[in-house]
Design a protein around this ligand. Sequence first.
Ligand code: FAD
Length: 439
Amino acid sequence: MGQSYNVAVIGAGTAGLVTARELQREGHRVTVFEKANKVGGTWLYDSLVESDLLGLDPNREIVHSSLYKSLRTNLPRQVMSFLDYPFVKRESGDTRPFPGHEEVLRFLQDFARDFGLMELIRFGHEVIRVELVDEVSHEWVVESRTRETESRWESKEEVFEAVVICNGKNTEPKVAEFPGRDTWPGLQMHSHNYRTPEQFENKIVVLIGNGPSATDILREISPLAKQVHLAFRGSDIKLINLKNYDNAWPHSPIECAHEDGKVVFQDGSIVEADVIIHCTGYKFHLPFLKSNGIVTVDDNRVGPLYKHIFPPSLAPWLSFVGLNYRALVFRVIELQAIWVAKVLSGKVKLPTQEAMAASVEEFYEQMEKAGWPKYHTHSLQNDESEYASWLAAQSDIRPPKSWEEITFFSFVKGIFGHGENFRDTWDVDKWIQEIESSD
Ligand code: FAD
């Protein structure tokens, strides 16, 4: 048994649960702070939407989950499994390869129960401050608050030796900027606040974006809406084939919007729309972290972080699990959590602080040379299998060879190949079995 520490984990979504399990396996004492009353994070569907549908008001009451009611996974259950805990089909459950969100929640609830994690979680505890109080003994204050009555909160400070931040990345909307946005008279919302299609009946809708949320929302609203206009950058991932729609048209990004309701696109086309839905992704948001400027969020880069996890000068006492996207996130999260737990217990050594800082700098320089924008720092779209193999090697795990071939981007290609209804038309079980049997 290695060193054992008193560790706070913030969040009981996928990342927090897996991190808690790994920390416990390594013999650490774990307290998980979760502001909701249940586990699941993103997968805990909430029919409520926020008072400010674009999410611009910093004082709005936050709704954590961004799921829409009909959401089915865009990745098959096999790659939302954990190494020793597969996301199996249950007879009484949703046995589809791309199940509905309720099935993922059930899987995470079972995971929490089967690994005895429920006892570690303080539900209804929102963390409002994480601050390093003593560098030498690496003491962190974690201040959390609980709601006593509708208007009264009770707060409490506690001290931990290490903190792992797992607060999620799909809650704070990133909104498209264009002149006239704030005075345009129609309804604007971010996909974070989209739940069901009824309110778009007979409406002319502009959808900004071209990723999975835009695709799903287009499919769901187009049978009801009068017209749907898609505005997206040429370089965005294109998942949408508009040939199947007789009331949907592609456009370049929005140039500007006018007070008379007109929306002008960069290609010169103009529509008089009722609604604009921003399917434009999310921003990292760490309002509780007081690190004296050591860790910042700049243009959606949380940094400096060694391998997306450890700030070099605070390692291993502060870490992040689950920042990456455009990846098979369950898989990446598990490998990150295992590494963090083993680094804390001293079984795996980190490089020196200087070497970690140099590695981060080198990574940023490589991004710059490649013309890769800063806001994509935590996207793994170019190096998912390399990163997963690196993490696995650190913890002495040998993942199946098929992991090199089965990546987020191999699924994006599969989706292209199988079109709109890929969830039902693609025999993804067979595809995965063929790759696995050629290992
Ligand atoms: P979350 O699930 O967001 O969990 C974070 C937790 O932290 C929450 O429980 C929250 O309440 C808690 N928290 C936050 N702040 C605080 C605080 N201050 N104090 C206490 N608690 C706090 N991934 C897939 O693998 N397959 C898919 O098909 C897929 N589809 C998706 C569809 C949509 C629409 C979205 C938005 C995401 C999808 N994802 C999918 C990605 C998804 O983000 C991950 O699957 C996963 O849920 C991320 O887990 P997480 O623990 O990092 O974050």
